[in-house]
Design a protein around this ligand. Structure first.
Ligand code: HPA
Ligand code: ZN
Length: 336
């Protein structure tokens, strides 16, 4: 249950999104439009059929569908439309700054040039900054089920677009694909001046969180909810303020937690961790930013003070300039 006052509070909270896969914001309506526009046959004959497939029992069961959806993206216009639709939704939810992921290998492996993918995304992000007032950073993810060599080749393709890329990340199937598989490519990315993040401790063990920090030198951990399995590491992350980009609706959809009422995000917050709220793959998981915040009120009885702290953590954890952060911090603090 959530009161209209709390809904209103969440709507007016200035929000920052730090864990969003652009390909995961592909709504069924746009997926069908793109399939038609590009004359691609997909396995579903309508919106309801696509939505009926959104019944996941693990990360892998989701990824199988997610990569099928990504196949409908072909032209620069498609990547523009995908990104623009996400930005319009974000503006409607008072999201002020976004740091978004894309998975170039899902596209280059199908013969779509890297330059086509990033040009469409970049044009929409720039238009979003100008017309919607949403500032942004862009993070290129490596697919961890593929080899480090493939990641190195992708990084080489990205080199001519480095001015448009702020960081690299690591996503896809976590179990069996540990951070140490990607030490060299992350070192190269850092040499090129890129920041680093990695998905860790979503389905994988807390050890992957430690290894991402120590071996990949990440400045944030994506997900990280399994930090509770290692009390000593948890204390270290409290001390270092290492951010965790938690995705509540995603975690329940992918059975990382049995239900929202058993999610640990508020426990992590109360222990002093820099946890943040994010939407991950909102088209597939049933909601964008406000729905994720609302779920914490409905199922975990989050207070206004806790929601404000979560929003402040996202600002702190972002890659905005300090002066930009301060404006948002002041705005969050002034809310009552
Ligand atoms: N985890 C791993 N890979 C992903 C995810 C996720 O939550 N979303 C899209 N790719
Ligand atoms: Zn993710």
């Amino acid at each position: 249950m959530i009161t209209s006052e709390m809904k209103h509070f969440i709507e007016h909270l200035p929000k920052v999104e730090l864990h969003l896969h652009l390909e995961g914001s592909l709504e069924p309506e746009l997926m069908l439009q793109l399939a038609e526009r590009n004359r691609i046959t997909i396995a579903y004959d309508g919106i309801e059929a696509i939505k009926a497939a959104y019944n996941f029992d693990s990360l892998q069961s989701f990824l199988d569908l997610y990569y099928q959806g990504s196949n409908t993206l072909q032209t620069e216009q498609d990547f523009f439309d995908l990104t623009w639709a996400y930005l319009l939704r974000s503006q409607a939810e008072n999201v002020r700054h976004v740091e978004v992921f894309f998975d170039p290998q899902s596209h280059t492996d199908r013969g779509i040039p890297f330059g086509v993918v990033i040009a469409g995304i970049r044009a929409a992000l720039l238009q979003g900054e100008q017309q919607l007032g949403i500032s942004f950073r862009l993070i290129m993810c490596f697919l961890r089920h593929l080899s480090e060599q493939a990641a190195l080749e992708t990084l080489a393709l990205a080199e001519e677009h480095l001015g448009w890329i702020d960081g690299v990340g690591l996503d896809s199937s976590e179990l069996g694909n540990p951070p140490d598989k990607f030490v060299n490519v992350f070192a190269r990315a850092r040499e090129l001046g890129l920041l680093t993040v990695a998905h860790a401790g979503e389905e994988g063990p807390a050890e992957y969180i430690a290894d991402s920090i120590n071996l990949l030198k990440v400045s944030r951990i994506d997900h990280g909810v399994r930090i509770t399995d290692d009390a000593k590491l948890l204390d270290e992350l409290v001390e270092s303020r290492m951010p965790l980009t938690v995705c509540p609706l995603s975690n329940v959809k992918l059975c990382v937690f049995d239900s929202m009422s058993s999610h640990n995000i508020l426990q992590l917050l109360e222990k002093g961790l820099c946890v943040t709220v994010n939407s991950d793959d909102p088209a597939y998981f049933g909601g964008y930013m406000n729905a994720n915040y609302e779920a914490l009120v409905s199922h975990l009885h989050a207070s206004k003070a806790q929601l404000k702290q979560l929003a402040l953590n996202s600002i702190e954890a972002s890659w905005m300039l300090q002066a930009e952060k301060q404006l948002l911090i002041d705005e969050v603090r002034s809310l009552s």
